[in-house]
Design a protein around this ligand. Sequence first.
Ligand code: KIV
Length: 262
Amino acid sequence: MKISDFAAHKKSGKKISMVTCYDYWSAQIINDSEIDTVLVGDSLAMVMHGHPTTLNASVSLMALHTQAVAKGAPSKFIVGDMPFLSYRKDLTTNMTAVEKIMKAGAHAVKLEGAKGNLGFIRHVVESGVPVMGHIGLTPQSIHQLGGFKVQGKTPQEYEDILEQAEQLQTAGCFSIVLECVPSELAKEISEKLDIPTIGIGAGVHTDGQVLVLQDMLGMNNKFAPKFLKKYLNGYDLLLGALNDYHEDVVAEKFPTDKESYS
Ligand code: KIV
């Protein structure tokens, strides 16, 4: 998928599939898959580094993971997340963050929210860097939102998110993530905008879907939000394999002659 394919998919009605990816080995599998596009999400702070929120992701950490993903998935369109506050400083610092993520191998950056970001988004787009927006539940504002919960349920929130979507399109975003919003709102936004929406917890009417790779592979047996579909019972499969290996080692069933040099 190239940047122009986002608009083409919107026009033809073909849905866009996106997954997060943070590392080289899973990037290699995704590269061989039919998945359209990859997000190096700042959720890596939680999934890969065990932090309780995404606030701990830094520009250098995002660049490091983006580099690994770019090496493993050279045929995929890669979006790199701009981490917490990295686009809320002075223009030089903000642009240096964009530069680091792009030079690490991303083809576009994503940032959260419209308020206070529109001028910067215009500048980034005019500098030749595609920008993906992200509204609804914006995890970098978790302490302001008061938790990971569905946004846009009151009429005021609904109108506010709709307005932000239109502003992001006008500012030049090529696509927008809609996270945890009622499907009626995601439908209205998707119908109103010319650019594709990518949903997570936003129902079926968005122009594409994104899931965290480890979530859709069922790697976390304690995480089961309503919006998630697990395509694999990864946790049990991996746990089983580890225990099989352990038992083989203890019972001297591994290695056998087959796995040994004479
Ligand atoms: O960081 C992330 O994984 C994201 C997705 C949830 C859209 O922003």
